[in-house]
Write a protein that binds this ligand. Structure first.
Ligand code: ADP
Ligand code: ZN
Length: 213
């Protein structure tokens, strides 16, 4: 499958993407994970992105398009991909359209994960992430077996730098201003599937059904 997962921070894009990869071997491509990896490794990309991310602002479009131009042409994308956290602006969506045409790939559709703001706020403040493998936990609904230690890889599980109350509130404002317009953009392209995303089970089964899988 070739899908875009749209939705506010905390809407569950990552969780849904991970579950979909298990269905048909499509790869999850998370620009957030790629950027956090670059910051951790201290690469040139990481240095350029770090301050934007910490504040909850978007990283400039040209950096993001540079990443995606390369990533989408890697071999593992041939079986399909789930774009998680990209595109996030109208210029990124326009550039993606050109890129997909050039590499001769066609999207199935764009899923919009629709979640009420209070649910989002609650999820983001209680979310914890493994710094090594990116596994996502929740102190209320899905805690690690040992506090602060990843069940899957033994890595350190922490609250992300951009998951302070201030950065979260900024990320939601940035989402509403820059990313929410993509719902209309893909609606006009006739590609949108909107799903109420309070349960990721329901989202996954709705997508599966729509794809006939
Ligand atoms: P979430 O969806 O939970 O907000 P992500 O992990 O997708 O978080 O992204 C974390 C941060 O990485 C964003 O706040 C932003 O700074 C940066 N980022 C990720 N993807 C993009 C993108 N497509 N365009 C611009 N910035 C991005
Ligand atoms: Zn881990």
């Amino acid at each position: 499958m070739k899908l875009i997962l749209l939705g506010a921070p905390g809407a569950g894009k990552g969780t849904v993407a991970k579950r979909l990869t298990a269905i048909d071997g499509s790869v999850q491509i998370s620009t957030g994970d790629i950027l956090r990896g670059a910051v951790k490794e201290g690469t040139e990309l990481g240095k350029q992105a770090e301050a934007f991310m910490k504040a909850g602002d978007l990283v400039p479009d040209d950096l993001i398009m540079g990443i995606m131009e390369e990533r989408l042409q890697e071999d593992d994308c041939k079986n399909g991909f789930l774009l998680d956290g990209f595109p996030r602006t109208i210029p990124q969506a326009e550039a993606l359209k050109g890129l997909l045409t050039r590499i001769n790939a066609q999207l199935d559709f764009v899923v919009n994960l629709d979640v009420p703001r209070d649910v989002i706020l609650d999820r983001l403040t209680t979310r914890r992430t493994c710094v090594d493998c990116g596994a996502i936990y929740n102190v209320k609904s899905m805690p690690t077996k040992v506090e602060g230690v990843c069940d899957k890889c033994g890595g350190k599980v922490v609250q992300r730098d951009d998951e302070t109350e201030e950065a979260i509130s900024n990320r939601l404002d940035v989402y509403n201003a820059k990313t929410a317009p993509l719902v209309d953009f893909y609606g006009k392209e006739g590609m949108l599937l909107s799903v109420t995303a309070t349960s990721s089970d329901l989202v996954v089964s709705t997508i599966q059904e729509k794809l006939g899988l």
